[in-house]
Ligand binder design. Structure first.
Ligand code: HEC
Length: 136
């Protein structure tokens, strides 16, 4: 859009008619709306949601509040150093800690409606952020 303004300012020098500038602007606007609507109709956003990691939604809903800021010593998302000693325990133990809680980590991360599978996916998502394999 800044680019757009620059272009318009440049054409101002040769004094285009109001119709010319409006026409150009309107055409671009129509094109923009068309692309936007087309994108929405093709279900592009739904598609990218489906492509997201299956644990990401659970993480964003239940784990992010402690694991992004690192509340009470929670290993932060993507913090390789913080996760290193956890990774050594193996995925099964980590999922177990998640389900049953560990010290300041509440059972299920307080996501009472989450199934064990959801929690497993959330752990996988967190492990993936530190480049760890998520094979059980
Ligand atoms: C209320 C804050 C809080 C929430 C919410 C929370 N955690 Fe934690 N989590 C912690 C803390 C604190 C620790 C560190 C516990 C320790 O080692 O003493 C931790 C540790 C962990 C660990 C490492 C466990 C281990 O055995 O080393 C995993 C895995 C984990 N959390 C997953 C999750 C997942 C998945 C969610 C969301 C479903 C979640 N946490 C939600 C606070 C939280």
């Amino acid at each position: 859009m800044a680019d757009e303004k620059m272009k318009r300012r440049k054409t101002m020098g040769v004094e285009p008619t109001v119709w010319q500038t409006t026409g150009l602007w309107a055409r671009k606007l129509v094109l923009f709306i068309w692309v936007f609507v087309l994108g929405a109709c093709s279900g592009e956003s739904a598609e990218s949601l489906a492509n997201a990691h299956p644990g990401q939604a659970t993480y964003n809903a239940a784990c992010i509040s402690c694991h992004n800021p690192g509340i009470s010593g929670a290993p932060r998302l993507g913090d390789v150093d913080a996760w290193q000693p956890r990774l050594a325990k193996g995925r099964a133990v980590l999922v177990d800690s998640t389900i049953n809680g560990l010290n300041a980590m509440p059972p299920k991360g307080m996501c009472w409606q989450c199934s064990d599978e959801d929690l497993g996916h959330a752990v996988d998502f967190m492990l993936e952020q530190v480049g760890a394999s998520t094979k059980p």
